[in-house]
Design a protein around this ligand. Sequence first.
Ligand code: PLP
Length: 462
Amino acid sequence: MSIKYVAEPFRIRSVEPIRILSREEREAKIKQAKFNVFQLKSEDVYIDLLTDSGTNAMSVGQWAGIMSGDEAYAGASSYTKLEAAARDIFGYDYVQPVHQGRAAEKVLFPLLLCEGKFAISNMFFDTTRAHVELAGGRAIDCVVEEARNPGVRAKFKGNMDITRLEALINELGAENVGVVVMTITNNSAGGQPVSMQNMRDVALICKKYNIHLNLDAARYAENAYFIKRDEAGYEDKSIKDIVAEQFTYADTCTISSKKDGIVNMGGIVGVKDGSSELVPKVKANCISYEGFYSYGGLSGREMEALAIGLYEGIEEDYLRYRIGQMEYMASKLDENGVIYQAPVGGHGIFVDAKAMFPHIPYHEFPAQILALELYKEAGIRCCDIGSFMLGNDPDSGKQLESEFEFTRLAIPRRVYTQAHLDVVVDALVAIKDYASSIKRGYRITWEPEILRHFQAHLEPIV
Ligand SMILES: *Cc1c(COP(=O)(O)O)cnc(C)c1O
């Protein structure tokens, strides 16, 4: 059954024109871009669903805040305002601004990890994994089995597999596990939520073995909305209370504010206990990598906008509309038999390209085919989260086969309307109808050694 679109809880007073090129022009542009969507110019894209990170539309309140930012080097009032908002919402004593999520990881992780230590997560986001490894550690994913099957609907598919977590700790030795990272929502599994019960269980295990627990909380507000919607006992709690409870279970948090903070740039490291010996060390790393600890790589105006965005991001009407956009698209895809990671998660639709192109092998990149068809069909930009992104085995140099072949349509916050989403759905359905006529995929003609999907050149196999 079709789900009704939740009308925007805002009106639009400033617009940014976008244009749609002709099909012939788009085919020329994508060829010039070497069939890599990251090489396209934004002006040649009609609907840009490449990421929900930093692509948010700010409110009038945030823009007003930009004008009153305090640009003092030390002790700016904008820092005090951000600190107060973050303490109020997350409940942590120490609030360290940084310029984005990966900067938070760079500041905190070397304090928890070193050569020979392990980090275990429900699922590591790619930069989070990279910072575990840069700190000398090894990263292990430990997500529940249900996450691995896109077509199977289950609640809280982002959860940690707690039986396996405890087995891993015993196997590796608790003293060798430097940190457990709870990622909310579970981005790599498709923006899937984690239940409060699961966070509580993981916290208990960490306490039992005396292991540090960090919350990788880019999408804490979207996660809280799912808990309110789907977890028994939380129906009547406020989003603010649910958000706060999530944070009580961890010792520290790393946050990319480019997501639920509804800003274009920003991040936070939080330490629950202000008397922790971590606090002066976080400050010291921040001063080295980001800037003095009362601004941490952000300008005063950016901290001001973030302090306001933190409150807007936990408003219930906003979250109902936001998750409503995903539910609306998902119901249209259900009606048309397009398979995606279901039920839909918090920040986008992860279409199962393996299901759409069952005849195309992983080494011809089915999820990349779908991303390129969406651009050619309707000027939509999105990306492969599959074998093309995964890359080669560092030892053998052979193409790895990804567990998923997802084409991710990430939805920027407060940016696109119902009509835009209909364009996206119509394009997906049109492509599904001609998918069997596409016989071959793409080959790579040039690639850099790491994170190749951002730069690689491709060509169609004929
Ligand atoms: C985006 C993200 C990060 C990294 O944040 P950046 O702001 O992009 O540096 C880390 N973890 C998760 C779960 C994310 O979604």
